[in-house]
Design a protein around this ligand. Structure first.
Ligand code: ATP
Length: 135
């Protein structure tokens, strides 16, 4: 099987690097699957999971959106934050989810606070799902 090099990079440094047979994730325009030989492109991502398949092994990385760039020999995902499933602190994500839900339920919210809380909730739920490989 052909493989392609993939790196997930954040402002804090690289989070994941490997050669994989297939990358699946959610672009803002919908589900995206990248195989070796894919045409070069750049796509903005949703808060979501990146699935990295190699043989019978599949790994998961949680990303908080960002950009995916496909070049002939390399796929790069640049995100503000990203964690492999093993690196996710599940308790922290559960607490973040609870805080975000509380903020969404509080009545006197400005729109800005509401949107911030919605994004925080999405990040937390995504981390919980990736940590549980429930995706
Ligand atoms: P929290 O409220 O728990 O900080 P957050 O969604 O506001 O969550 P981010 O701003 O997305 O956090 O991330 C800040 C940094 O903390 C990033 O480096 C991110 O990888 C890390 N991080 C956030 N939540 C977790 C988690 N549950 N497990 C491991 N690392 C995390």
């Amino acid at each position: 099987m052909k493989t392609i090099k993939v790196s997930v990079v954040t402002p804090d440094g690289p989070v994941y690097e490997s050669d994989v047979e297939m990358i699946s994730t959610k672009a803002q325009s919908g589900e995206l699957g990248i195989l070796p030989g894919h045409i070069p492109m750049v796509a903005p991502l949703q808060i979501g999971s990146v699935r990295l398949k190699n043989g019978s092994n599949t790994e998961f990385v949680a990303v908080t959106g960002g950009l995916l760039e496909v070049r002939p020999d390399q796929v790069t995902i640049l995100a503000q934050a990203a964690e492999t499933a093993e690196d996710i602190d599940l308790d922290r994500a559960m607490q973040a989810k609870q805080r975000a839900e509380q903020r969404l339920n509080e009545s006197r919210q400005t729109n800005v606070d509401f949107q911030r809380a919605e994004l925080a909730l999405k990040r937390a739920v995504n981390r919980i799902n990736v940590s549980r490989r429930d995706i």
